[in-house]
Design a protein around this ligand. Sequence first.
Ligand SMILES: *Cc1c(COP(=O)(O)O)cnc(C)c1O
Length: 415
Amino acid sequence: MRWNLPSDRVPEAWFNVTPHLPEPLQPPLHPATKEPVGPDDLAPLFPMALIGQEVSAEPWVDIPGEVLDILRLWRPTPLVRATRLEQALGTPARIYYKDESVSPAGSHKPNTAVPQAFYNKAEGVKRLSTETGAGQWGSALSFAGALFDIDVMVYMVRASYEQKPYRRILMETWGGRVVPSPVDDPSHPGSLGTAISDAVRDAATRDDTHYSLGSVLNHVLLHQTVIGQEAKEQLELAGERLPDVIIGCCGGGSNLGGLALPFVPDAGVRLVAVEPSSCPTLTGGRFDYDFGDTAGMTPLLPMYTLGHDFIPPPIHAGGLRYHGDSPIISNLVKAGRMEAVAYPQGKVFEAALQFARTQGTIPAPETAHAIRAVVDEALAAKEEGTERVILFGYSGHGLLDLQAYDDYLNDRLDA
Ligand SMILES: *Cc1c(COP(=O)(O)O)cnc(C)c1O
């Protein structure tokens, strides 16, 4: 029911989906000139190696040995078949999940935090600034910063900073410094967009500091493709060929991209993005150039967006509260290669409990969005009386999100 790979099977190259996309990716634009941004525009924020990966058309990008050695602390991650959930649903579908919750930070995010810290260190950078919502990304980068002796400055969405102290403590344990965002307005609950503005401003105004983003950008999705490559190999060990459908929750698109992008060339595999109906970027947004942050400091990105001044309601899946989406994921959705669905919070927690009470582990509220869609897909298979293989991304555990479960169990959750 569980397929593990030995540590020498961590993929040694990242899979670049760019040559396989249905339409060419549009470039990011400079906000003032509306011309494509060049490497020099980005150099104050990112190391050249990552700028190169952002625009790379090479089909494979080698993973540095030092990065591989660190990934092997928890990779390859297990592929698990959710047979007890299948039985509870009475479905003929076979449900597999790729368990990224086993990383030190409890999610997929260290897969990119480690290479980002590595390339910054190689360029002599001593300090990184970043944003975090509920604290998943901030904790992953604080962990990576500790390994490479880089100071990490985290701007944490104020609502989470006040409600969820445990991830702040995690970040501080790994040596990160955490302040609530927006820094200039203590009455504002904040959003990922305001925190990105604070972090970019920090990096742009200091010579010793670069900026680091935990999702959305091409190089972040590239780093996450170890997930899907391992899953391909593990599905074969499980006696399956290709999955019929791949499902992942989608905030900025990195865990979904990491799992799904290596399957983009496999034409028959359906790809499904799941988002909250209170922040419906792919299902309710428009495809346009928009800023990545609230203050309008970043380049303009070609993506589905709800508008950069959209402040999502404070749902518990903090990692899914983003007004935009990865340009790669947006490209796939726009071309019809990927589907998108949205669910309200109550339906999501109903599925999370069903998972916890059959498989045992407690998913992150973000992950529970994927589980909701998996349950519906498995029930559809039952209705039609057809087998199908479902693969989903278990992006993180919910053990630091128990307030959300308490709210659900005691009817305090906004639908
Ligand atoms: C951050 C996060 C997400 C959302 O981010 P993506 O870039 O869309 O993957 C989903 N799940 C977990 C557990 C997260 O920490």
